[in-house]
Design a protein around this ligand. Structure first.
Ligand code: HOZ
Length: 428
């Protein structure tokens, strides 16, 4: 037995499924999870000291690679001044100023502690500001685990076979309407069916919790138009896309304005941070300025702000990272396609900038129904083959693969070789 197996044996006795977040239990790949002891650059190391090239990247935020010196030093410096004050700090102001500078169409920021909290609060704000109750989300999109959004959700909710959760009252989710990603007609139909009642349409601009599925041309623009026509607010959940597709996130990348934007872990450099942002008029509806209540002792935590400020400042000052990340992702996606074709394995590789997903399907994947058609058994075998060769992918088909600036040509080559062998195994 290795250390991960031993720890997992202890963990399942005291934690549900042995984990603090379901996808980490590796259930959809039928394996024992790796317990990670440390991480550096493009690598994570398990408790036995085995090294893996990491494409989970803490589910996105480690865009500069693990344990980046600039972020680590900022955290070390902040820790010396104290861990939590429950009071305003200079760093929060600097952080909000920087976000307003970098993200299009936002004038104010409210910090929270996670993407879940950011989205939950943005929905409350949208409802408070419009006086409407209904929201529209997309099947297979994931916006955290707050009650009203755990409906037809993606990510590990989908991988675990529970796209909607027990414990969420019908009375709450009756206000959550579900449309189809990349299908404007499905949104229009809901808006027509509930005239004047939809507070917001919330979308991951690039769906990344059904695997990666980019927006079809005109989809995001269409959402903007439909929201303008109906008086609903458009919320971009940029927990994955923010500061990743581009410095200004999906709004900048696709040239589409959102009314509210939510961010998660990436703005904390991996520390627990989230934020929701929008125009002054909207954000001043939030307490203490307005009637929409939301609060938190750890919101704007000084250590988390130090990490986030260091990461966003670094990204602002090193924007060459973005084309470089894209170049690496295009190369890797190309290698995966080439190997799949060589070995006669049906794989569709979706890639948008530095997020990508292989789906084990014979067709293109442009909709949730296509993504759901992926052969999950094959993904599990492929995952196991990659892990054996020292490459850590997301342990579930419906998650994304993230690249970081720390992945060099050497790691990419090693990954492509591992993928070639793992794909060959699928047909042997
Ligand atoms: N659902 C999250 C990823 N999309 C899980 C994160 C985690 O387990 O850390």
């Amino acid at each position: 037995m290795d250390q991960s197996e031993l720890l997992y044996g202890r963990a399942v006795k005291v934690m549900p499924g042995g984990v603090n977040s379901p996808v980490r239990a590796y259930r959809s790949v039928n394996m024992c999870p790796r317990f990670i002891a440390r991480a550096h650059g493009p690598f994570v190391y398990d408790e036995d000291g085995r090294r893996y090239i990491d494409y989970v990247c803490s589910w996105g935020p480690m865009i500069l690679g693990h344990n980046h010196p600039v972020i680590r030093e900022a955290v070390e410096k902040a820790v010396k001044d104290g861990l939590s004050f429950g009071a305003p700090t200079k760093r929060e102001v600097e952080m909000a100023e920087l976000m307003v500078e970098l993200v299009p169409n936002i004038e104010m920021v409210r910090m929270v502690n996670s993407g879940t909290e950011a989205v939950m609060s943005a929905i409350r704000l949208a409802r408070g500001a419009t006086g409407r109750d209904k929201i529209i989300k997309f099947e297979g999109c994931y916006h955290g685990h707050s009650d009203c959004l755990l409906v037809n959700a993606g990510s590990s909710a989908l991988a675990g076979g529970h796209p909607s959760s027990a414990g969420v009252p019908e009375d709450i989710v009756k206000h959550t309407l579900t449309a189809q990603f990349n299908d404007l007609a499905s949104v229009e139909a809901l808006l027509d069916a509930w005239p004047g009642q939809v507070a917001a349409v919330i979308v991951e601009p690039v769906a990344a919790n059904m695997g990666v599925v980019g927006p079809a041309p005109g989809f995001l623009e269409g959402l903007r138009r439909l929201c303008d026509q109906s008086g609903a607010l458009l919320i971009f959940d940029e927990v994955i896309t923010g500061f990743r597709l581009a410095l200004g996130g999906a709004q900048a990348y696709y040239g589409v304005k959102a009314d509210l934007v939510t961010f998660g872990k990436i703005i904390g450099g991996g520390m627990p941070v989230g934020a929701y942002c929008g125009s002054r008029a909207l954000m001043e509806q939030v307490a203490p300025c307005g009637p929409v209540y939301q609060a938190g002792t750890l919101s704007g935590n000084p250590v988390a702000m130090a990490a986030g400020l260091a990461q966003l400042t670094y990204l602002r000052d090193h924007q060459e990272i973005y084309p470089e990340l894209n170049r690496k992702a295009v190369w890797l996606a190309g290698e995966l396609r080439r190997s799949a074709e060589k070995h006669g394995v049906s794989v569709a590789v979706n890639q948008v900038e530095s997020v990508l997903s292989p789906f084990f399907v014979p067709t293109e994947v442009t909709r949730f129904t296509d993504a759901k058609g992926s052969d999950l058994q094959r993904y599990a075998q492929y995952f196991a083959g990659m892990l054996r060769r020292g490459v850590a992918l997301a342990p579930a088909q419906f998650e994304a693969m993230f690249l970081s600036a720390a992945h060099t040509e050497a790691e990419l080559e090693e990954t492509a070789q591992a993928a070639d062998q793992a794909l060959a195994e699928l047909v042997s």
